[in-house]
Design a protein around this ligand. Structure first.
Ligand code: HEC
Length: 245
């Protein structure tokens, strides 16, 4: 009985352990939800509109997104594909080479297919919410997550341009928060911008692991099966052994 319980525990444990390792205390929580298809659809549209000029998701195909997120191939072609000569079965690439990006921005724009898997969705979400004005930087902006960032704040017209809030700690001036001043506001409110960047993060988290929703759905079924099977096995064991004891 005890051994069976231990096996069950071991079967369930790694799921929790991996989850805990991905979360970082210092990042905002993106609260990604692979089952929220509307959020993922909005995120897909934000990604192709605001990010794909520089970034690719070169391990993801457009038609897979269509299939997973219930977007018809015609709609994918019309609303998600902006590069010429690109078909729905192609991967999400753009025309910018790493050398071009280095020339223009000082650093290549990394492929974002696996970013959320490698660094965590919370880091991505926090990164998108951490741009602030810094006139010493080439683009006039810096980022709390990636100090000296080479990426311009491409969502500035939506969020506005936050100013850093400074505080002195142990004789050092540190940035403790960000605030968008009224004269640098964007067209979205703070809550709307957060919701928008959450959709974008949700989408890139899905791209990093398209089977996540299926895996979680299956995981629940497997655990239910194990529990039911445990009950049956236990009753069977009692039946077999009842004449022996
Ligand atoms: C104008 C080009 C451009 C656009 C558009 C752009 N980026 Fe970037 N991005 C860059 C460059 C260049 C870097 C490399 C920055 C560095 O290494 O300092 C970068 C880096 C990143 C990184 C890596 C940060 C890290 O951990 O080092 C992420 C994540 C990212 N971009 C997400 C996005 C998202 C999401 C969008 C769409 C909202 C976007 N980018 C739009 C140019 C761009």
């Amino acid at each position: 009985m005890r051994r069976l319980l231990l096996c069950l525990l071991l079967a369930v444990m790694p799921v929790g352990a991996v989850h805990a390792a991905g979360a970082s205390g210092s990042y905002m929580s993106a609260n990604v939800d692979p089952f929220d298809k509307e959020s993922l659809q909005r995120g897909a549209s934000y990604f192709v509109n605001y990010c794909m000029a520089c970034h690719e998701a070169n391990m993801m195909r457009y038609n897979r997104i269509g299939r997973d997120l219930d977007i018809s191939e015609d709609m994918v072609q019309e609303y998600l594909i902006f590069t010429p000569d690109t078909e729905v079965h192609d991967t999400m690439t753009n025309a910018m080479s790493n050398a071009d990006a280095e020339d223009w921005f000082g650093a290549p724009a990394p492929d974002l297919t696996l970013y959320a898997r490698a660094h965590g969705a919370d880091r991505l979400f926090t990164f998108l919410n951490s741009f602030y004005r810094d006139s010493s930087q080439p683009w006039g902006v810096n980022n709390l997550v990636v100090s000296g960032v080479s990426m311009p704040h491409v969502l500035e017209h939506l969020q506005g341009l936050p100013e850093p809030v400074h505080e002195e700690r142990n004789g050092e001036v540190v940035v403790t928060g960000l605030e968008v001043p009224d004269d640098a506001a964007g067209i979205l409110s703070a809550a709307e911008y957060r919701a928008m960047t959450r959709d974008l993060t949700n989408f890139l988290d899905y791209v990093a692991e398209p089977v996540k929703a299926e895996r979680q759905r299956l995981g629940v079924r497997v655990i239910i099966f194990l529990l039911v099977f445990f009950g049956i096995a236990y009753l069977l064991k009692r039946e077999y052994w009842k004449d022996v004891h």
